[in-house]
Ligand binder design. Structure first.
Ligand code: PPS
Length: 337
C-alpha cells in the first residue's frame, strides 16, 4: 500500500466537523516517495487531511499515465486556482474566447480528485474526465507533491503552482466550506482547525514549501495571488514565456480585462455558481444563494481578510507560520503584509 489512513481524533475536528455534510475526514500519509525529486533534507511527507472517499482514487491517481503535453495547475485551495486556470487555458489556446465561453472551465480544466472528496452528481466523474481528455490535457489538483502520479517525475509535464496569503485563504476557505460543505462552525473554529491542519489538503505550509523545493528544472512556474492582483499583465507575460506564446500588448490588455474580477464574476463558464447553488439547494439553504459570501468568485481582494479576521486570529496565524517555517529561504514564501 502506498498510503496509510489515520483516523482523526482531534476534539476541534470532532466538535465542528460532525455537523458537516461530509463527515468522513481522514489523514492520509503517502509511504512510497522515493521518486520525488525534493531538496528538503530528510524529507518525509506529513499526513494530509482528505476524505475517506479518496481511498478509492489514491492509487489510481498514483498509477495514472502522464503526458508530456499535460498542463498541471496546482495549489492549496482558495489560492486563486480558478483565476489561473482561465488565464492558462486561454494563453495555451490562442486566446480562443469563443471556445472558452462555449464550455465550462471544469470541463476544459477538470479537477482531478474532486470525486475523492465529496459525493458528486451521478453523471459526474472528474477523474474519468481527465483520462478521456484529448491532448493537451489541462488538469487542476490541490494534492500535495507526494500524491501526484509517479510518472510526473519521469515524463515532466509543465506544472504551475500558485500560492496566497494564508489569512486570505482562511477567510475564503471558511466561506467556501459554509456554502459548499455545509460547515456549521464559526470563523474562529474554522481558523483553529486550519491551524491544526484539519482542513482538506492541510498542512498548508508544507504544501507550499514542498512544491517550492522541487528539482524540476524549468518545467514549474510559481505564481502568487497577491502579485497577480498587483500586476496581472506581468504574471500573464511570465505565463506566456513559460508556454512559449507571444501576444501583442493589445491582446494582453483584452485578456487582462477578461480576467478581471468583475468580468470573471459574471462569466458563467468560470464562476462555478451553479455548483454552489446545487450544494445550497441540496441542504435546503436556497435563501443563501444570493449572499455575497455564497458566491464562488466572492470578494477577490488581497486584503479583504482584514475586515473579516479578528486581530487575535490574525496574530494566531502569524504565530503558526513562525512556528512552522523557520528556514530563512522559505520565510519569504509567507511574507505578505
Ligand atoms: S478553489 O475552490 O480552491 O479552486 O478556489 P480558488 O479558485 O483557488 O480561489 C478562489 C478565490 O479566488 C478569487 N478569485 C479572484 N480574485 C481576483 N480576481 C479574479 N478574477 C478572481 N477569480 C477568483 C475568489 O474570489 C476567491 O477568493 P475570495 O477571497 O473568497 O474572494
Amino acid at each position: 500500500m502506498a498510503f496509510e489512513y489515520i483516523e482523526i481524533v482531534d476534539p476541534i475536528y470532532k466538535a465542528t466537523h460532525q455537523e458537516r455534510e461530509e463527515q468522513d475526514y481522514v489523514l492520509v500519509r503517502p509511504t512510497e516517495t522515493s521518486m520525488i525529486p525534493i531538496t528538503l533534507p530528510d524529507w518525509q511527507p506529513e499526513p494530509c487531511c482528505l476524505n475517506k472517499k479518496f481511498e478509492a482514487l489514491a492509487q489510481r491517481i498514483k498509477d495514472m499515465d502522464v503526458q508530456l503535453c499535460d498542463v498541471w495547475m496546482v495549489s492549496y485551495p482558495k489560492s486563486g486556482t480558478t483565476w489561473c486556470q482561465e488565464m492558462i487555458w486561454l494563453i495555451c489556446n490562442d486566446l480562443n474566447y469563443e471556445k472558452a465561453a462555449g464550455s465550462k472551465l471544469r470541463e476544459r480544466f477538470p479537477f482531478l480528485e474532486l470525486g475523492g472528496l465529496r459525493e458528486l452528481p451521478k453523471n459526474v466523474d472528474c477523474f474519468q474526465d481527465v483520462l478521456s481528455m484529448q491532448s493537451p490535457r489541462f488538469i487542476k489538483t490541490h494534492l500535495p507533491v507526494a500524491f501526484l502520479p509517479d510518472q510526473i517525475w519521469t515524463v515532466k509535464p509543465r506544472i504551475i503552482y500558485v500560492r496566497r496569503n494564508p489569512k486570505a485563504i482562511a477567510v475564503s476557505y471558511y466561506h467556501h466550506s459554509v456554502s459548499l460543505h455545509g460547515y456549521k462552525g464559526t470563523m474562529e473554529q474554522f481558523v483553529h482547525s486550519f491551524i491544526n491542519e484539519l482542513q482538506y489538503y492541510s498542512p498548508y505550509h508544507r504544501h507550499v514549501v514542498e512544491y517550492h523545493s522541487l528539482e524540476y528544472e524549468d518545467d514549474i512556474l510559481y505564481l502568487c495571488y497577491e502579485e497577480m492582483k498587483k500586476d496581472l499583465k506581468d504574471t500573464m507575460k511570465r505565463v506566456c514565456k513559460f508556454f512559449n506564446k507571444c501576444y501583442s500588448e493589445e491582446q494582453l490588455d483584452t485578456l487582462a480585462q477578461h480576467l478581471s474580477f468583475e468580468s470573471m464574476k459574471d462569466n458563467k463558464s468560470v464562476n462555478s455558481q451553479e455548483w454552489v447553488e446545487y450544494c445550497l439547494r441540496k441542504t435546503n439553504r436556497e435563501d443563501k444563494i444570493k449572499d455575497v459570501n455564497s458566491q464562488f468568485i466572492r470578494r477577490g481582494e488581497p486584503d479583504g481578510w482584514k475586515q473579516e479576521l479578528s486581530p487575535e486570529l490574525s496574530l494566531e496565524i502569524d504565530g503558526w507560520t513562525e512556528k512552522k517555517v523557520t528556514d530563512p529561504d522559505q520565510i519569504a514564501l509567507f511574507q505578505y503584509d
